[in-house]
Design a protein around this ligand. Structure first.
Ligand SMILES: Cc1ncc(COP(=O)(O)O)c(C=O)c1O
Length: 436
């Protein structure tokens, strides 16, 4: 089948993204180059008709008095304006996007004075990651990432976008392997797409302040050596950092104005930051040194076009509920209380690993300092066998991946943690003792 010609609007956006020697256009994939927001179709015509005495443009249903035609039983369940029953814009609710951008600056003080696009709302991070993959990865392109990564990246980027993974070892000793990252960035080829996720799934590791600066330097050095780099920053677990000296800001802050060859793409959202996994609300935000307002807007338009193509728009109800929550005087204290619950579990695990020296015969705890997870590497036995023994003998479920056991302490009651680790130790000893 013949390919549809690239739309006029996409061509205009592409021209904007090439202005003044800007490298953003050259980083886009074929799909990214074709992406545009269809501002002149139904949406554009509807916008032009807004305020008309008779408006027969919009595909929502209204009562004769103009209010949304919504079911009372549903209206009674949620205390948001009935307009939340209507569509949200494909870019996201403007007030919500602005609020999120403001909050990003509060959560990342070093973003002060730096320029970045207005966040575009996605159907949570999974969708944002997919959009970013569509925008920047062509079939066969390499995606540079550490070897311990969220397994859904395979569906998203390998199966979904045709990318080939170019992994480097996550750790060098007990530190983040910046040298491995640097080598991948400096390998043959000019365009590099990099994906970093801190706090990390599955390890629960976040780069220390020193490592974060070293990562920034590796990216800058590669850019100075002529590499053109897209840095995808998966901030799903942003904010859940439990130790001093661990980088509490997003790496995005370090990359926004790093170099004219570095396009930073921040994927974040309310899912874990606001404890609303089922709301499905995330954001994609762009920054690159020297981009004009029009160029930042062109990237927003392309992302919004891909939102329109995939989900049309993110949940208006969820955006309205969260906007109301952010304005609640109770929001900061309630959020801090939930953080404290997770941090308490982290501290309990640290304490029990120190107290039970005998566990070191059974497993090694991998480096962790943040997030939802930590991993252990069983010593001298197969991790999958341990996982099965934990299920059959101890009523205990953990995830096995890459020879490690991933423990989601985020979902284990604090008073069960001691038993959980004792069970892991016992299961490993069982297997060493010949138990099948
Ligand atoms: C590293 C990482 N990124 C993204 C996501 C997806 O988040 P969301 O539920 O917002 O799509 C997850 C969820 O488990 C994750 O672990």
């Amino acid at each position: 089948m013949a390919k549809r010609p690239t739309s006029e609007i996409a061509n205009e956006l592409n021209a904007v993204l090439s202005e003044n020697g800007c490298k953003a256009y050259s980083l886009l994939s074929e799909r990214g180059r074709r992406a545009f927001f269809p501002a002149r179709g139904i949406l554009g015509q509807s916008a032009e008709a807004r305020g008309s005495a008779i408006n027969a443009t919009i595909g929502t249903a209204k009562e004769d008095d103009g209010s949304p035609l919504a079911l009372d039983c549903l209206k009674g369940m949620v205390s948001v304006a009935p307009t939340a029953f209507l569509y949200a814009p494909s870019y996201g609710v403007k007030a919500f996007r602005e609020k999120w951008a403001e909050a990003m600056k509060v959560k990342n003080p070093s973003l002060a004075g730096k320029r970045f696009s207005l966040p575009v709302a996605t159907n949570a991070l999974t969708h944002g990651l997919f959009l970013a993959g569509q925008m920047f990865l062509d079939d066969g392109d390499k995606l540079i990432l550490p070897d311990l990564y969220w397994d859904n990246y395979e569906l998203l980027f390998a199966d979904g976008c045709g990318a080939r993974f170019a992994t480097f070892r996550t750790f060098s000793g007990r530190r983040f392997n910046v040298a491995g990252l640097r080598r991948k960035l400096l390998s043959a080829g000019e365009k590099k797409v990099l994906l970093l996720n801190f706090p990390n799934n599955p390890t629960g590791y976040t780069a220390t302040d020193e490592e974060a600066l070293a990562i920034r330097d590796a990216i800058r050095d590669a850019a100075e050596a002529g590499k053109r780099i897209v840095a995808l920053i998966d901030d799903a677990y942003f904010g859940l950092v439990y130790e001093k000296g661990v980088h509490g800001e997003s790496l995005f802050s370090l990359l926004t104005d790093l170099h004219e060859n570095v396009l930073a793409v921040k994927l974040d959202g309310a899912t874990k930051e606001d404890y609303v996994w089922g709301f499905r609300l995330g954001f994609v935000t762009f920054a690159m040194k020297g981009l004009s307002d029009a160029q930042l807007k062109a990237l927003e338009d392309k992302a919004a076009g891909l939102v329109r193509a995939t989900i049309s728009s993110a949940s208006n109800l969820a955006q309205n509920l969260l906007l109301a929550a952010y304005d609640s005087p109770d929001y900061p204290a309630e959020k801090a209380a939930k953080f404290a619950t997770l941090e308490r579990r982290y501290r309990v695990i640290r304490r029990l690993l120190r107290a039970h020296r005998e566990y070191r015969e059974s497993f090694e705890a991998m480096p962790f300092n943040s997030g939802y997870f930590m991993c252990v590497r069983p010593k001298g036995v197969d991790a999958e066998a341990v996982r099965r023994r934990l299920l059959s003998g101890y009523g205990t479920g953990v995830i096995m991946l890459c020879g490690l056991l991933r423990i989601a302490f985020s979902s284990v009651p604090t008073d069960k943690l001691e038993e959980l680790f004792a069970n892991i130790d016992a299961a490993i000893r069982d297997i060493k003792g010949g138990h099948k």
